[in-house]
Design a protein around this ligand. Structure first.
Ligand SMILES: [Zn+2]
Length: 96
């Protein structure tokens, strides 16, 4: 069991609730987000995201989506995240 938001394994049980079946509620100690037992959004590693983004640039987003079995909207989001990250890390341009 891992946090679906940050991938941390530091999670605590936050009670149960009932909806057709008993569902365990959890809270992540790392990022503080709450989530449910049945919530199974896949956690992707940064390396995997980068690999998919590179593939999307080289071969197209729909092709990358097919190869890695990741939805197109997810890949677009990753590319945007990556672009924002690169922009932050980029050394400022020297003024001449
Ligand atoms: Zn978390």
């Amino acid at each position: 069991m891992k946090c679906p938001y940050c991938g941390s394994k530091e999670i605590i049980k936050k009670g149960k609730y009932w909806r057709n079946k008993e569902i365990q509620r959890y809270q992540c100690k790392n990022c503080g987000k709450k989530f449910l037992e049945k919530y199974t959004r896949k956690v992707y590693t940064e390396e995997f995201k980068l690999e998919v983004c590179i593939c999307a640039v080289k071969r197209g987003i729909s092709e990358a989506s097919r190869i890695y079995n990741v939805p197109v909207v997810t890949i677009i989001r990753w590319i945007k995240q990556l672009g924002a990250k690169l922009e932050k890390e980029r050394p400022p341009l020297k003024k001449s």
